[in-house]
Design a protein. Structure first.
Length: 143
């Protein structure tokens, strides 16, 4: 029994696989309407003063967030890590210990009033010069 290879069919399969691989690698992002603009993502939050996320933080606590595209210009008043109180007031972090693309270590402001706060990171997107924001999903309790 003899078998014949249909080269047109094999070429079509190879082309289809190459197209899918290109999409996975990001070559075909424009075709799908995606952009290369990085988005800030916060993956984890850690307090160096306690072992639990749910325990209350004291003012002056040292905390760490990890994620993607976290680096910011701490001298720019529009960029930074902000603590947003439920009444609408906001406080900007002024002491940064580590300010890198994937990690921020900073001090909760010493003069921060007790209450519940949302943490928001604001950084300038270097490719299109827009201010990007990301919020921590959990609410922080400051005592």
């Amino acid at each position: 029994m003899e078998y014949y290879l249909n080269t047109n069919y094999l070429t079509e399969i190879a082309d289809n696989c190459f197209d899918k691989l290109s999409l996975l690698k990001g070559v075909g992002k424009k075709r799908l309407g995606r952009t290369n603009d990085p988005k800030i993502k916060i993956y984890s939050f850690k307090s160096f003063n306690s072992n639990s996320f749910f325990s209350a933080l004291g003012s002056g606590s040292i905390v760490e967030i990890q994620g993607e595209f976290l680096e910011l210009d701490s001298t720019d008043t529009y960029q930074g890590i902000f603590l947003l109180k439920e009444d609408g007031s906001e406080y900007r972090v002024s002491l940064y210990i580590s300010n890198t693309l994937n990690r921020q270590v900073f001090q909760i402001p010493v003069d921060l009033e007790s209450g519940r706060y949302k943490l928001e990171l604001r950084a300038l997107n270097k490719s299109n010069k827009t201010l990007c924001r990301a919020k921590l999903k959990k609410t922080l309790k400051i005592v």
